[in-house]
Write a protein that binds this ligand. Sequence first.
Ligand code: ZN
Length: 416
Amino acid sequence: MGKIVRSTNSGKGIEMLSFLIFNVVVLFTQAHDVSTKSETVLTNLDQARAVGGVILSQDVVTNLAVAYLTQLQLNQLSILNHSQGKCAGFERLTATEANQPGVILSNLATADLKIKTLSLAKKTILTWNEDFQKMADLANPNQLQETVAWISSYPSRYNKAPNPNQHVDDLKNRLQQWLQGAKWNFQIETIDHHSTKQKTLRVTIPGKSRPQEVIVMGGHFDSINQGYFSGDLSPGADDNASGSANLIEALKILKNSEQPERTWEFYWYAGEESGLLGSAEISKLAKEQSKNVIAVLQLDMTLFPGSGEHVVGLITDYTSPWLRDILTSINSTYVKARLVDDKCGYGCSDHASWHRQGYHAVTPFEATTSTMNHYIHTEKDVIDTRLSFLHSNSFTKYTVLFALVLGNSDMQPPVF
Ligand SMILES: [Zn+2]
């Protein structure tokens, strides 16, 4: 299936040729200078072309490509994506994946097609729950501001910086304190990665009756300054101290709730800005271990009300219609913001990693992508009057409600 199946013999010839060129280039660069180390990424076809990447495989139906890019081209790709309202915009592939580019694209095309044809038997109608409303209304914009101020006070959270884990270790220690006295047991751990020295942080609250069913809530904890050179100032207040803080504030609220029926897992992912590095490894391992992840919520940039206060962008591509429906019902039942559908292309944040592994993911965004915060990936992404903590506070509520509603229900995702 996908472009590979439909491609003619000449298609196979082109793929073999680009594979040969790929290996010749690899040999050449490795013989010279590792700093120009190139990478194989999954990204949008037109952008890979725009930066002059070596296209290893392409699918014009989904407009996706597996491409081989130099660091300079990767930098250009990131700037291009950023100018089009995306955070990352590409996923870095492993060497094994890079050797079978056609398979990557056809699997993604299959998942995407099935999602598109996924028709919901019926719309989700949630019954209003007073306790859930009370919990959600504990979300406090002033506390949220304090947490964003702390996270964005690190000069850089870049995954390739000399000390890429200071903020990760500090959050681990703070969460240990903040969650003291919780009504449930919890485990805090850091996860090492192959693709980056930066670690992902995970908090696990085991489920009471169905611990094998997992609800994931996450956001990336790294930051970047477009220059790619470590040491550059990258406070990343909106991208993504905001989403990281929404998750922290939600956990502080949920510590007063009963142990959930299903397991909650909270993630602060590493290396999103360099190609979804942490979430790609974690979601791939989950798939390999047949982990029963029921639903994934991704928060990435929640502070800039570019489309108006309480107007929230709901990303429709590479996300689940089933979960979008549930989030829409959570919003209309408890939060009452205005949701606006929008697209952001492949790899615009960590939800894409889970989606590619066949899991149901959803991501509400601070605004539509054309009206998003354009100070991201620069030293100007700091707390200023353009940002609204009242606006971002709704995302803390979404997280609390996502955990309570899905963590205590027997709702099952439709099978892909
Ligand atoms: Zn981001």
